[in-house]
Design a protein around this ligand. Structure first.
Ligand code: 5GP
Ligand code: MG
Ligand code: MG
Length: 180
């Protein structure tokens, strides 16, 4: 695939993970989830905004009966994580006794997912797992188990396929990384 570059705000990004690879990896996740959640009727909680493309491509490949709902966390500015627990918005389902799968765009330091897990566990779900499109293992600062990871990446800032840089870039069909 021919490399492409794109300028977003003040930064240049170049193609990094093409859509074909993303979809191939999502197919594997969908198979694992179908196996693990047969008879469990999971509730998927998709974390907006960044997960929207991942959620769509993943869940149309999942065939177990399931529910899908969308939540939001107070969003994060620029390229650095803040470390504060983000407020959980939009949880309208009763998750008590449910098998919950959180769908995230990316796990970086893990602050976001760690804080979210704490908040969800207060509602006594039967189980909670995380499925993420991307993960930066070398940045993780919390002891959390991320059961489903489509693709691990090094500590590079990426955009596209749902992920933004200060609002722009979510609509790109491939994932781009910042040119250093
Ligand atoms: P964490 O709390 O794990 O440090 O960060 C998770 C959140 O930070 C993600 O949901 C995402 O919004 C943002 N984030 C972390 N790394 C990146 C990145 O490389 N690109 C973009 N666009 N967002 C990122
Ligand atoms: Mg996110
Ligand atoms: Mg963002």
């Amino acid at each position: 695939m021919e490399p492409r570059t794109v300028k977003i705000h003040d930064c240049e990004f170049s193609t990094y993970i093409f859509e074909e690879e993303i979809i191939a990896r999502i197919n594997i996740l969908a198979e694992q989830i179908d196996e693990d959640y047969a008879d469990k009727q999971p509730l998927f909680l998709a974390v907006l905004n960044g997960s929207f493309m991942f959620v769509s491509d993943l869940l149309k490949r999942v065939s177990v009966p399931c529910e899908i709902s969308f939540i939001r966390l107070k969003s994060y500015q620029d390229m650095h994580s803040t470390g504060k627990v983000k407020e959980l918005l939009g949880l309208t389902e009763d998750i008590r006794g449910r098998h919950v799968v959180v769908l995230e765009d990316i796990v970086d330091t893990g602050h976001t997912v760690h804080g979210l897990l704490q908040q969800l566990k207060e509602h006594n779900p039967a189980s909670v797992e995380i499925a993420t499109l991307l993960m930066k293992p070398e940045c993780l600062q919390h002891q959390i188990e991320v059961k489903y990871v489509a693709r691990s990446i090094p500590n590079d800032f990426v955009v596209g396929y749902g992920l933004d840089y200060n609002g722009l870039g979510r609509n790109l069909r491939d994932i781009y990384k910042i040119v250093s």
